[in-house]
Design a protein around this ligand. Structure first.
Ligand code: AHM
Ligand code: MG
Length: 333
């Protein structure tokens, strides 16, 4: 008997090439940029897996970032490595990062793409070995014949040409979309390649999980409080009560929501009257993915993707996940 082996291995780079060949007009620049994300993700992953061993990785730098939050050493490491990868790749003309007040201008002739990135989301969880992530969003520049401008970055999320996240967890994955569905790749550490593991991801229209920081419940808007109450009522027909699951790393909570269905919310609170999560490099890329997988994402008034940004680091409330659950919540307004 001849042994049969699975030789249908599709690597991230192979997948990117195949997608590029489907579009004869493609220049290869977006592909190059996505490859840079894959490379930097592997470098960050390598460092994170050492976090318990290498003393100089854990803990804080002693500085605060532009939003007054304590900067962890891994935040800085991830930020520097993603930016370096984009510079080396030579396809990127500018970057807005959660870790930097102003945009990073890259003087690269002919580069048409720009990136908004949260290099290490949920980094307060590193010290306790809980999943963290990278979230990124790619746009085409609108400015011509000059350096990248502020306006290039302040485009609504509907203009994203690609977006994705990396989840560093029991396995490390990249999940991304270029507006043609969502695909997930798991890192095989033995061969050092991201391999296609979750093709054409679709999320369930309904779910049984609600994910939010309930310690702020009394500060949530009335309709959200109503929905939280509804979620925990007992009703067999509608499979309630829902389960409460909250990691406190957006990427981890979103990844679960994508795979199992459910709803993730971060409403306004007293301390964060506009919500906590950032539009450009957290809510927009996540919303693009959620919508591409068949879900919904809103700030309570309109699609997240339709918000016209005013500032690199602006925040927004977010309610996203399984379509029917998000709709029901909005109906309670
Ligand atoms: P960060 O970008 O500073 O890591 O903060 C974002 C994180 C998200 O990953 C997560 O959803 C949220 O903050 C958790 O906030 P809270 O602790 O208020 O529930
Ligand atoms: Mg973040």
């Amino acid at each position: 008997m001849v042994a049969s082996f699975n030789t249908n291995l599709v690597t991230l780079n192979g997948f990117i090439n195949t997608q590029e060949h489907k579009h004869p007009e493609a220049t290869g620049n977006l592909s190059g940029l996505l490859r840079s994300v894959g490379l930097a993700a592997k470098i960050v992953n390598r460092e994170l897996t050492m976090a318990g061993l290498a003393e100089d990785i854990l803990g804080e730098t002693g500085n605060t970032n532009v939003q007054g939050e304590t900067v962890k050493k891994m935040d800085v490491f991830a930020n520097e490595h993603f930016i370096a990868a984009f510079r080396r790749g030579r396809r990127c003309c500018g970057i807005v990062s959660e870790e930097q007040d102003d945009m990073v201008v890259i003087d690269e002739q002919g580069a048409q793409y720009l990136v908004c990135i949260d290099p290490l989301d949920g980094s307060s969880n590193i010290d306790v070995n809980i999943p963290v992530g990278t979230i990124f969003s790619i746009y085409k520049r609108i400015s011509k014949d000059c350096s990248v401008t502020k306006e290039d970055f302040l485009q609504p999320g509907t203009k994203q040409v690609a977006a994705g996240y990396v989840i560093y967890s029991s396995s490390t994955m990249i999940v991304y979309t270029t507006g043609d569905g969502v695909n997930g790749f798991t890192l095989d550490p033995a061969i050092g390649e991201f391999c296609l593991s979750n093709p054409d991801m679709k999320m369930p229209d309904d779910g049984k999980i609600i994910s939010c920081n309930l310690s702020y419940q009394s500060e949530f808007p009335a309709f959200v409080q109503k929905y939280v109450h509804y979620s925990f009522e007992h009703d067999k027909a509608t499979k309630r009560p829902y389960n409460l699951r909250y990691v406190g790393s957006m990427v981890a909570d979103i990844h679960r929501t994508l795979l199992k269905g459910g709803v993730f919310l971060y409403p306004p609170t007293t301390d964060s009257p506009k919500g906590k999560l950032r539009l450009l490099y957290e809510c927009n890329p996540i919303s693009f993915i959620i919508e591409q997988a068949g879900g919904a994402s809103t700030n309570g008034k309109k699609r997240i993707l339709e918000i016209e940004p005013n500032d690199f680091h602006e925040r927004t409330p977010i309610y996203c996940g399984s379509k029917n659950m998000v709709m029901r919540m909005m109906d309670m307004q």
